[in-house]
Design a binder for this molecule. Sequence first.
Ligand SMILES: NC(=O)c1ccc[n+]([C@@H]2O[C@H](COP(=O)([O-])OP(=O)(O)OC[C@H]3O[C@@H](n4cnc5c(N)ncnc54)[C@H](OP(=O)(O)O)[C@@H]3O)[C@@H](O)[C@H]2O)c1
Length: 255
Amino acid sequence: MNRTRFSNRTVLVTGGGSGLGRAIALAFAAEGASVVVAGRTRATLDETVALVEGSGGTAVAQVADVARAADVEALVRTAVGRFGSLDVAVNNAGVFRGGQPVADLPEEDWRTLLDINVTGVLLALQAEVRQMRTQPNGGSVVNVSSNLGPHKQVPTTTAYAASKAAVSALTAGAALDHIADGVRINAVSPGASATTMSLRPGESEADRAARMKEESPLGRVSSTEEVAEAVLYLASDAAASVVGTDLVIDGGASL
Ligand SMILES: NC(=O)c1ccc[n+]([C@@H]2O[C@H](COP(=O)([O-])OP(=O)(O)OC[C@H]3O[C@@H](n4cnc5c(N)ncnc54)[C@H](OP(=O)(O)O)[C@@H]3O)[C@@H](O)[C@H]2O)c1
């Protein structure tokens, strides 16, 4: 594997303190990128930075709530101020709420999902593209959507699904709006992946593995490294003509 695909590139990863975001940050750093990780919890972000630095990479952490425009604007300023540009942004921060049918869905859960998963991606995208379109080499954005919503429906997950369907639509529309600015925008849509988000209430990892044998054609969750590899591909020069796509990584679960 070419380990220098992202040398001299600056990469922002929201939700970089855990799960997929941490794996994505580590993968970019391992291929030469300087990484800015963002989220609401200082301690987990600092852990990611320590992991990156422990393997010889470069990363900085910044506390930010993606649902606040001022926070995401500050993230872009940090990337550019510390490293000179913002070349890649991965809008990965997101939350899950579910468990009730639509009629019983708490309004607060709906608003939280839209606020973080949809408005958070929009605000981050706006700040990122405004910077990238000023750069001679433009930039690349990868939004983290889900197979739930744009590709598949599961009972009692409708609000989350609606939020992710919006992320996929936003990705395609923004990709069309901004490809002429030199900014490529794509999405990945993971299925159940090896993070705490895919554990049902009270479920152990062993329980989840047994459930996946039944539910997934592939028979297992995706590893965080597998999802990260797809994100790196979409962000890389090898994907120069890939625009507005939504790459499903779910072991065939949505087929
Ligand atoms: N795991 C799966 O099976 C799966 C499947 C499909 C899609 N996804 C998507 O993949 C993404 C990553 O999820 P994950 O599985 O890695 O779960 P996770 O470990 O819970 O990661 C979510 C991250 O987002 C951050 N975050 C949440 N709200 C935020 C906010 N308002 N501002 C900034 N950061 C925020 C969290 O950190 P703080 O709480 O510290 O802010 C956390 O680091 C999400 O968008 C999720 O919807 C996951």
